[in-house]
Design a protein around this ligand. Structure first.
Ligand code: SME
Length: 157
């Protein structure tokens, strides 16, 4: 495994196209979810410089904070609460251009302005969510949704 992440210079698409196979390469030899979530959070954060990039894992009827890059975050989120709990309850990626306009958004950090949350599936069951926060408005769109949903498919084993 290469120790160095290669980051494309160019468009968001080009960055994701460079990132995706590197993530697949890193996780393919490792079966531990925590180890893989840690490296994926690192690789996404290093590529894009997002404010907060990490995972919440499904533990019973709550999401519990998992590996992440960024500032301190809330540790437990109930199903249906906030952007993360909504992505889990509705089993659908949430793209939030302005967190202040998302009813029930949980503000772990006042610097967070926009957010995307992607459910992580294994055998048809949601086992976690990937949560990314940006310090800017309108950061995430269908390109992020497409590639992040492809990235989390590495857990569907
Ligand atoms: N904003 C999230 C909470 C998690 S933090 O952003 C890291 C939410 O509303 O679910």
């Amino acid at each position: 495994m290469s120790e160095n992440l290669i980051i494309a210079e160019g468009t968001k698409n080009e960055k994701y196209e460079m990132l995706l196979p590197q993530i697949q390469g890193v996780v393919c030899g490792e079966s531990d979810d925590i180890a893989n979530m840690a490296n994926i959070a690192s690789m996404i954060a290093e590529t894009f410089g997002f404010w907060w990039t990490g995972f919440y894992r499904v533990m019973g009827d709550e999401l519990v904070l998992g590996p992440f890059q960024g500032p301190l975050a809330c540790t437990r989120i109930r199903k249906g609460r906030g952007v993360c709990g909504t992505a889990w309850a509705e089993a659908a990626t949430q793209v939030v251009p302005d967190v202040d306009k998302f009813p029930g958004h949980i503000a772990c950090s006042s610097a967070s302005r926009s957010e995307i949350v992607v459910p992580v599936y294994r055998n048809g069951v949601i086992i976690a969510v990937l949560d990314i926060d940006s310090a800017d408005l309108n950061t995430f769109d269908d390109v992020d949704k497409l590639y992040l949903e492809r990235i989390v498919k590495v857990f569907d084993i």
